[in-house]
Write a protein that binds this ligand. Structure first.
Ligand code: ZN
Ligand code: ZN
Length: 253
């Protein structure tokens, strides 16, 4: 199981390389993401459990990464945070975990750092991912930022939600709005780009909220939280029409 998980992070990096070739217009974003994913992979491999407070000193390496090659806003935020001592930083991270939100740049840094720890917590829990059926993560309580459809041995064509913080995945009703639970056919609409048919927008016309649905039966190599970022043009399309995403992804879209 542990070996499989290690392999999973390597696979995500491979998928990112594929997405970079396909979406050259956002290669600068994906390049930077690659460096933070490498940071996460190393962190993940060096920790045993979810004790992020005990490892807080490792976040300073992430600040350095953000100071090089990131947007100027992210650079500034990394510099601000770097000037804090460990207690003040721990307090900020605790506050983020409690409130489950922060301004985009801070949120990016905190999710990047916390993800490996909460992945460990998730792995150590005996989770019945086909029985949870809620719109909050069973591990950390954050919201899912993307969903996908896949077949597995128990459920055929099930729709799963994927947590923005820890990437835990669990089953959710396929034809139900993730925000207001609306399940009327005539107020749930689906949109997609002809060139990317495996990425659907599920839009609820009752609450004007959307979430992406990555159809793994069309592209079985997709990694939902990465393919979501790579198809940011769909988010811009939805934004122009006044639809609000149920939860922003790690880059704030
Ligand atoms: Zn979670
Ligand atoms: Zn709704």
């Amino acid at each position: 199981m542990k070996l499989f998980r290690l392999r999973e992070r390597e696979y995500h990096l491979e998928r990112l390389t594929v997405l970079k070739r396909k979406h050259q217009e956002i290669s600068h974003i994906l390049d930077f993401l690659q460096s933070t994913m490498l940071f996460q992979k190393e962190l993940y491999e060096s920790i045993k459990d979810g004790d992020w407070k005990g490892q807080i000193k490792k976040i300073y390496h992430l600040f350095e990464l953000c100071e090089n090659g990131a947007s100027s806003l992210l650079q500034e935020k990394a510099q601000d945070l770097k000037s804090l001592d460990r207690d003040a930083l721990t307090y900020k991270l605790e506050k983020f975990l409690k409130e489950k939100d922060a301004p985009d740049e801070e949120r990016f840094i905190f999710i990047t750092f916390l993800n490996p720890f909460f992945s460990k917590i998730s792995e150590n829990m005996d989770l019945k991912k086909d029985q949870w059926l809620k719109n909050r993560c069973p591990v950390c309580g954050f919201k899912p930022c993307v969903s996908y459809i896949a077949d597995n041995e128990d459920v055929e064509g099930g729709r799963y939600l994927s947590c923005v913080l820890c990437n835990t995945q669990w089953l959710y009703n396929r034809t139900q709005c993730v925000r207001c639970a609306n399940n009327e056919d005539n107020t749930l609409e689906y949109y997609y780009d002809e060139r990317e048919k495996y990425v659907l927008l599920q839009v609820c016309k009752k609450c004007d909220t959307y979430i992406k649905v990555i159809d793994m039966r069309i592209d079985g190599l997709a990694v939902p939280h990465l393919d979501d970022i790579a198809t940011l043009s769909l988010d811009l399309w939805a934004k122009e029409r006044g639809f609000l995403k149920f939860e922003r992804n790690i880059i704030g879209l």
